[in-house]
Design a protein around this ligand. Structure first.
Ligand code: ASP
Ligand code: MG
Length: 406
C-alpha cells in the first residue's frame, strides 16, 4: 500500500472555495495510486470564527486564568469542526471518508496540556480504514492522554500530527499544504528577491524554524527525519512543486540529494534582550554558575552565551527581562540590559569546513555599518545579535553576500 499523508493548514481549509482546491489535491493523490490520509488544521487564521486563536479568546475573555487542561478541550473544537466539514465535502465528492479525532487516530500523548508530547502513535485503526478503501480525515494538533483526555501538541502542531501519522504508517511521503509555494531563502517581506528552495535537508529546516522562519513545526521535521520520510511543503493554491525536505548531503554520501551551496537561508528572531553581567576578579566561576542557575530556577531560557573573566553575556526573551532584572538586582550583580535586539542567522548544511564563511558574514554587516553585539556559530549556522532596527539591512546584505539573491 502506498500511503500519502496530506496535511492542510488553516488557510487551506478556510472557505468552501479553498476546500475545493484541497479536494483536487486529494483526488490527484488517489489518481496517482496513493492511499491518502488527510490531516486538517482549524479553519482560517485569527479572527475567523473557529480558528484556534478565536477559541482561546472565547475561553480567556470569560475567565483569564482558565487552566491548560480546559483550554485544550476548547482548542480541540477547531480541528473537530474542520475535520467534520472536510469529511462531509469528501463524502459529497463520492469518497468514503471517515473523520477521526487525534485520539481515534491512535495519537497518545503525555499530560502536558497545551504542549503535549506524543508518546505513541498506533496506526491500526487507520490501516484498517485504508484497507477498506476509506479516506481517514484526522484532526491535526490533537492527541489523547492514557486517561482519554484531549490534549493539544503546541501551536502549529498539526504539522506534528501529520509527521507522527506518516512515521507510524511508514508513509511514502508527507505533504504539508499551505498558502505559499514552499520554503524560501528569506522572509519575502524583507528580501524582495527571496527564492523558493527546491530542496532542503531536515537539519537545515529545523535550524531555520528554530531561528525564526515560520515554515513548518520543527518537531514535525524531527519525527519525519527519524524514519527518513520525505516531507514536501507546497501550496494548495498553485501547482508549484514546493520544497522537498529530505536527507540531503554536501557530498554524495548517501543522502537522497546533493547540494553544492554554502548557505541555504537567512532568518531572524525578534523580541530579544541582551544581558551583560559585570564580574570583578574576586567573583570567579561561582558567580557564573549563580547567574545561570538563577535564570534556570526562574524558567528563563538563555541563548548566545559568552563567559569571559570580567563579564558574562547572554540573551533572553524580552518577556523575561523584568524578571531577570529583579533577580540579578536581588543578588547584587552589576549588570546592563540591551533592549530591542534581534538574532539574524545564516543557515546552511554546506558551510561545514568551508573557510571564509565568517569573514563573508562580517564583511556583509560591516559594509552596511551594522553593529554586531554578539555572535555564535555551529557547523551549519552563524548567528549574530544586532539591534532590531538593523534586521532589514542585515538580512538583505547576508542574503546578497551568500549568493541567495541570484
Ligand atoms: N490550529 C492549531 C494552531 O493554530 C494547529 C495548527 O494549525 O497547526 O496552532
Ligand atoms: Mg502551521
Amino acid at each position: 500500500m502506498r500511503i500519502i499523508v496530506q496535511k492542510f493548514g488553516g488557510t487551506s481549509v478556510a472557505s468552501p472555495e479553498v476546500r475545493e482546491l484541497a479536494l483536487r489535491k486529494i483526488e490527484k493523490a488517489r489518481d496517482q495510486g496513493f492511499n491518502p490520509v488527510v490531516v486538517v488544521s482549524a479553519m482560517g487564521r485569527k479572527g475567523a470564527p473557529y480558528a484556534t486563536d478565536t477559541l482561546i479568546d472565547i475561553a480567556r475573555s470569560a475567565y483569564k486564568y482558565i487552566a491548560d487542561r480546559e483550554l485544550d478541550q476548547i482548542m480541540c473544537c477547531g480541528e473537530i469542526i474542520s475535520a467534520v466539514i472536510m469529511t462531509g465535502m469528501l463524502q459529497a465528492a463520492g469518497m468514503d471518508a471517515v473523520m477521526l479525532t487525534g485520539g481515534m487516530a491512535g495519537i497518545i500523548t503525555d499530560e502536558h496540556f497545551t504542549d503535549a508530547r506524543i508518546l505513541k502513535c498506533d496506526p491500526t485503526k487507520i490501516i484498517n480504514l485504508l484497507k477498506q478503501g476509506k479516506v481517514p480525515v484526522v484532526c491535526g494538533f490533537q492527541g489523547m492522554t492514557g486517561e482519554n483526555e484531549f490534549t493539544t501538541l503546541g501551536r502549529g502542531g498539526s504539522d506534528t500530527s501529520a509527521s507522527a501519522l506518516g512515521a507510524a504508517l511508514n508513509a511514502d511521503i508527507i505533504e504539508i499544504y499551505t498558502d505559499v509555494d514552499g520554503i524560501m531563502t528569506a522572509d519575502p517581506r524583507i528580501v524582495e528577491n527571496a527564492k523558493i528552495l527546491d530542496c532542503i535537508s531536515y537539519g537545515e529546516v529545523c535550524q531555520l524554524a528554530h531561528q525564526g522562519a515560520k515554515v513548518i513545526h520543527p518537531r514535525a521535521v524531527e519525527i519525519a527525519m527519524q524514519k527518513n520520510i520525505p516531507l514536501v511543503v507546497k501550496s494548495t493554491f498553485s501547482e508549484a512543486p514546493g520544497t522537498l525536505i529530505t536527507n540531503i548531503a554536501k557530498e554524495d554520501t548517501g543522502g537522497s540529494a546533493v547540494i553544492d551551496r554554502v548557505a541555504t537561508g537567512v532568518t531572524y528572531l525578534t523580541n530579544i534582550v541582551q544581558v551583560k553581567v559585570h564580574l570583578d576578579d574576586t567573583m570567579g566561576t561561582d558567580a557564573s554558575f549563580e547567574v545561570f542557575k538563577t535564570m534556570a530556577d526562574n524558567g528563563i531560557s538563555v541563548d548566545l552565551i559568552n563567559i569571559h573573566p570580567g563579564e558574562i553575556m547572554f540573551t533572553i526573551n524580552a518577556d523575561h527581562a523584568e524578571k531577570a532584572s529583579i533577580k540579578l538586582k536581588r543578588l547584587n550583580y552589576e549588570f546592563e540590559i540591551v533592549e530591542h535586539c534581534a538574532k539574524v542567522s545564516v543557515v546552511g548544511g554546506g558551510m561545514r569546513e568551508v573557510p571564509g564563511v565568517m569573514a563573508s558574514f562580517i564583511e556583509a554587516l560591516s559594509r552596511n555599518k551594522i553593529a554586531i553585539l554578539q555572535t555564535v556559530d555551529s557547523h551549519t549556522s552563524i548567528s549574530v545579535l544586532v539591534l532590531q532596527s538593523d534586521i532589514g539591512a542585515a538580512v538583505k546584505s547576508l542574503h546578497e553576500k551568500f549568493g541567495l539573491s541570484n
